[in-house]
Design a protein around this ligand. Structure first.
Ligand code: MN
Length: 733
């Protein structure tokens, strides 16, 4: 830390002004930390320049001065001085914590994070989401106050930037920061941000307004002065000698908006001045209102009591519009000094420095909430109240980006699946994971505000019941349920058909034929089902026994056509027929078209493994290795013969384990050995054992067992590898 320089350079004048404001607002404040932060920041920014040509330290000092003018606590002012050090110099968060403590370290960190969010669109809804996101991301509201002060000073010095940058920053200020300042009740800052933005987004309008209003102001000076005297005298006569009356010029941006809204020309703008009366107590506010209404006629519908019913951003005041002596409308606001303070500084007034009292975040948050709850009783708009509470709790929502920079809002705990379904149903159905901020994450990853999410899909993916536990949005939940329901219906139907076919073969009857000629529909209706489809799916699902259905069919059919003896088992015939057909699936379920098959997770069979199918209730056929213990626990009637279809090549995932001596470069050698075989690795996990061996688990995609065997021997040839084997959860040899 270098000692304060004895010569007063131009950079030090900034510090002198800052300390003057600090002493003026709180004469007894200990300024040593502020001085220390100044020295620290100045040393770090040494040699850096702003576009204006001034030394960089002028900017953080100006930001700190704005914060001091808002009468904020020392930690916030110090953060103002340090706010660009982590982003723009070599300083780290840890260094800030070492020198200034965790509270300031976290504040600086918060400001740095918000500065890194980029705003790419000015769409209204998007802007709203960005504002919410900023609130949600900031763990401490003081972070936002520093960010607003930072933006205000940048806007005050915007003329030094290139025109395209001026335009972009001014528009962003209008979209994001001015409304944010308004939301937090910082109306003085809001007005200045809006006027400065107007100057750069619509310079012609801005300068026309400036010259017009200054000219008009001169013309109207006498009029304004007369009115002010008139109000003061009336109030004095009626017993309010201490009421302070002032003319209140409207800010340019609000005049511009009013002109736009009502399609007015410059000459039609009269009410560029309003009046404000400041008194000591709430009773006096209403008393003054009575006096004003007794002198001039109030305009109906223009009286607003924001004292009884404050705005959600804490604003309190009485508003009225009366018909003045020349027949024109005069707007008057009446409030106490405390309310005025709140109106100008909003939440900053709430967070003001309190001498000798430590303000913990918790107590402040608690007070803030208490006030909200109190006001809830009076608030006329419950939505507005909820909105405020939502933002104030730093939000139960997270805000994430699409790769195109669009912001989407999700409830806390939402996962990549919620994100995928929010964009498109098919994207959700095929989602296998996501890249968040360019890193792979699993489906169960919880999204965080500020994440950029890119959905990864696979054509083989489909929703399953486990997904319901992962999602938070009702949209995703409904889409998954709808898929499962449709799928269950289809597979139950196919399973039902298979079961019925198996039985009917003995009678030499064909289900397909019975569907075609309508017989099955009749039987379905007899059994109170809507259609043969419903009947088959109920058989498949096990809602109705196949015996019951057969009892309906067989007496009927035997009358019509006497049965022949069936020499082969029914299943055998199904298999035979299947051999003639070609199926696109990687396994052939003999005799059944388009039946949904899934591969059992317990034994994860791959092409080449001897397999057998198991007719599940409602979930189609699951394919198991013949060695899988489940096969032996299963009702043999539900087993079907299946075989791998050699004509289709679909990669299957398989887990392998490689045990090796722990040496540098071994992992790379193994991955290369796998890649050399043109095999895709989808997952790798490495662990070491106590005896210095490494155990690696790879999930790979292979075509069949022969490819797997080739790979394993290839791996075992890598120097250092002790053993390479396939992992199956359970197996009977
Ligand atoms: Mn800055």
């Amino acid at each position: 830390m270098k000692p304060p320089s004895s010569s007063k350079t131009d950079t030090d004048t900034g510090l002198i002004e800052l300390l003057r404001v600090v002493r003026q607002t709180y004469p007894n404040r200990d300024i040593s930390l502020i001085e220390k932060a100044y020295q620290f920041s100045e040393a770090l920014h040494q040699g850096q320049q702003r576009s204006s040509g001034e030394s960089y330290i002028q900017h953080p000092v100006a930001v700190a001065t704005i914060l001091a003018e808002l009468r904020l606590d020392t930690a916030t002012i110090v953060t103002g001085l340090l706010h660009d050090t982590v982003e723009d110099t070599h300083a780290t968060r840890e260094e800030i914590i070492t020198h200034f403590g965790a509270e300031i370290g976290n504040l600086v960190d918060g400001v740095t994070k918000i500065s890194q969010i980029s705003f790419q669109t000015s769409e209204e809804k998007q802007a709203d989401n960005f504002r919410k996101m900023i609130l949600a991301m900031a763990q401490d509201i003081r972070v936002i106050l520093v960010k607003l002060a930072d933006r205000l000073h940048n806007m005050r010095t915007l003329q030094f930037l290139k025109p395209d940058k001026q335009m972009r920053i001014a528009q962003e200020t209008l979209d994001i920061y001015a409304p944010l300042a308004n939301r937090l009740g910082l109306s003085a800052i809001k007005r200045e941000l809006e006027d400065l933005s107007l100057r750069f987004t619509h310079p012609e309008i801005y300068y026309k307004l400036v010259s017009h209003i200054s000219k008009k102001a001169k013309e109207r000076e006498q009029y304004t002065h007369d009115l002010q005297t008139l109000i003061e005298t009336a109030l004095k006569d009626q017993g309010y000698p201490n009421a302070r009356v002032s003319g209140r010029p409207k800010h340019f941006y609000s005049i511009h908006k009013k002109m736009e809204r009502r399609n007015l020309s410059f000459d039609q703008i009269y009410d560029i001045t309003g009046f404000r009366v400041i008194v000591s107590t709430i009773e006096e506010c209403y008393g003054v209102l009575g006096v004003i209404h007794s002198i001039w006629t109030p305009v109906p519908g223009r009286f607003k009591d924001y004292i009884a019913i404050p705005k959600a951003n804490f604003y309190q005041s009485l508003h009225t519009t009366v018909i003045g002596p020349d027949g024109e409308k005069i707007e008057i606001q009446i409030r106490t000094q405390e309310m005025h303070d709140m109106a100008e500084r909003g939440i900053a007034a709430h967070w003001a420095y309190k001498e000798g009292k430590a303000i913990t975040k918790e107590t402040e948050k608690f007070n803030w909430l208490n006030r909200l709850v109190e006001w809830n009783r009076d608030l006329s708009e419950p939505n507005e109240f909820l909105e405020t509470v939502k933002l104030d709790l730093f939000s139960e929502d997270v805000y994430v980006f699409t790769p195109q920079g669009k912001v989407l809002e999700f409830p806390k705990g939402a996962t990549p699946l919620d994100f995928a379904f929010a964009i498109h149903t098919e994207l959700g159905n095929k989602c296998i994971g996501a890249k968040v901020n360019n890193r792979m994450v699993p489906l169960k990853y919880r999204l965080k505000s500020g994440d950029t999410v890119e959905v990864l899909t696979s054509p083989n993916q489909q929703p399953n019941k486990d997904w319901l536990k992962l999602v938070k949005t009702s949209r995703a939940r409904n889409k998954i349920r709808a898929f499962i329901k449709a799928e269950e219906h289809e597979t139950s139907k196919a399973t039902g058909e298979l079961i019925l076919e198996k039985e009917l073969k003995r009678e030499d009857l064909r289900v397909k034929k019975m569907i075609q000629d309508g017989t099955l529909d009749e039987i379905a209706k007899d059994l109170s089902f809507r259609s043969s489809d419903d009947l088959l799916s109920s058989i498949g699902y096990g809602k109705i026994s196949v015996r019951k259905v057969l009892n309906k069919i067989i007496p009927k059919e035997t009358e019509a056509a006497p049965t022949k003896e069936v020499p082969q088992s029914a299943l055998q015939r199904i298999f035979e027929e299947a051999k003639k057909k070609e199926q696109p699936a990687s396994v052939k379920v003999k005799g059944i078209d388009d039946l949904l098959v899934r591969f059992a997770r317990c034994c994860a069979p791959v092409p080449g493994d001897p397999v057998v199918g198991f007719i599940t209730r409602g979930r189609g056929i699951s394919v198991h290795s013949r060695k899988c213990p489940k096969v032996f626990q299963t009702d043999p009637h539900r087993l079907v013969e299946i075989e791998w279809d050699k004509s289709t090549k679909q990669d299957r995932r398989v887990k392998i384990r490689v045990v090796c001596s722990d040496r540098p470069g071994l992992l790379a050698d193994m991955s290369n050995a796998i890649k050399e075989q043109n095999i895709n690795i989808t997952r790798a996990q490495i662990g070491t054992t106590k005896d210095k061996k490494a155990v690696c688990h790879f999930t790979i995609e292979i075509k069949d067992t022969s490819e797997l065997r080739r790979l394993l021997s290839h791996l075992e040839a890598v120097p250092g590898v002790i053993l390479a084997e396939r992992v199956q959860r359970k197996e009977i040899d």
